[in-house]
Design a protein around this ligand. Structure first.
Ligand code: F6P
Length: 343
């Protein structure tokens, strides 16, 4: 077979491990040829590609980022996007494409499948917010980085009797914030799923002071929002090709609000893309490898329109349609269960 591979959306640790696994098995087990498209769907639209071989993918397993590059290009936002994708497919005589991505990239893959293009999906995102898979690779690495940051901020918060706000990634799901906050013993955790009242946040912080703990750690997902009708408001940023606003800024806003309302010195740290960079954890490398191996098998079994997924301990195939139908958010019951640990 001739198989294309691309990566779309925000990068995350483990992407190269998928590429390596696909290429190894495609060439050694199936005698396939593999073409890598540069920068996600942009590479397909502009026919920017490179042949992927065992030699060209050596040594990439522990490397962060992606050797193919990524972008947030949406072929359905271009007038002739689908036509151009078909032309590129024909030019390379591709039997199918393995698209590695999150909700946006896999959403495009699902639509292309509906338009008759052979696609298999592989889920990735540090946000861990894809339905139909229990975990996405990249999440474990991002969580380790965020937890280490919380640990480090804890000791300096205690020394200086400060309130330290940590802004982590998580556009519409608060998995990183919740898990890093629980693992690092945060006093307040703010997630997009549960709009917050700034007065409740300040109450928890004041209560700690009364209990002679004159410092606090607040972990906030970048997508956390104030509850409607409360006394804090947020402005929204510009939208990307998938209609998502550029986030970042809640940490700074919380810094100002908490300091003004409590009178306690407050500082914010924004972890940002630090969470997406660098070498993947062993867990993410293994998961990414398993998903890549299953993806090339699925292509050979003609399971187009499916996505490889971790279900419990097994790798299974699920319909792309189901995977992109909704975002996997933190269930409110789970968030509330931890409420006793706050403040
Ligand atoms: O979807 C993954 C993610 O890391 C989100 O958590 C974040 O909002 C977004 O990507 C940031 O994207 P960009 O790197 O394009 O600013």
């Amino acid at each position: 077979m001739r198989i294309g591979v691309l990566i779309g959306g925000g990068d995350c640790p483990g992407l190269n491990a998928v590429i390596r696994a696909v290429v190894r098995k495609a060439i050694d087990a199936y005698e396939d040829e593999v073409v890598g498209f540069r920068d996600g769907w942009r590479g397909v639209l502009e026919n920017a590609f490179e042949p992927l071989t065992i030699e060209s993918t050596r040594g990439i397993l522990p490397r962060g980022g992606t050797i193919l590059g990524s972008s947030r290009t949406n072929p359905y936002k271009r007038e002739d996007g689908v036509e151009r994708a078909r032309e590129t497919f024909a030019e390379h005589r591709l039997d199918g494409l393995i698209a590695i991505g999150g909700e946006d990239t896999l959403g495009v893959a699902n639509r292309l499948h509906g338009d008759g293009v052979n696609v298999i999906g592989v889920p990735k995102t540090i946000d861990n917010d894809l339905a139909a898979t229990d975990v996405t690779f990249g999440f474990d690495t991002a969580l380790q980085i965020a937890t280490e940051a919380v640990d480090r901020l804890h000791t300096t918060a205690e020394s200086h009797h400060r309130i330290l706000v940590v802004e982590v990634m998580g556009r519409s799901a608060g998995w990183i914030a919740l898990h890093a906050g629980i693992a690092g013993g945060a006093d307040v955790i703010l997630i997009p799923e549960q709009p917050f009242d700034i007065e409740d946040v300040c109450r928890l912080i004041r209560r700690r002071h009364e209990r002679e703990r004159p410092f606090s750690i607040v972990v906030a997902a970048e997508g956390a929002v104030p509850k409607e009708g409360t006394t804090m408001t947020l402005a929204t940023g510009d939208l990307d090709e998938f209609g998502h606003p550029r986030l970042g800024g809640i940490g700074q806003r919380l810094e100002g609000e908490i300091e003004t309302r409590t009178g306690f010195e407050t500082r914010a740290t924004v972890l940002g893309h630090v969470q997406r960079g660098g070498t993947p954890t062993a867990f993410d490398r293994v998961l990414a490898t398993r998903l890549g191996l299953a993806a090339i098998d699925a292509a050979h079994d003609g399971r187009w329109g499916m996505m490889t997924a971790l279900r419990s301990t097994e790798i299974e195939l699920v319909a792309l349609e189901d995977a992109v139908a909704e975002v996997r958010r933190v269930p409110l019951g789970e968030y509330e269960r931890y409420g006793v640990l706050f403040g």
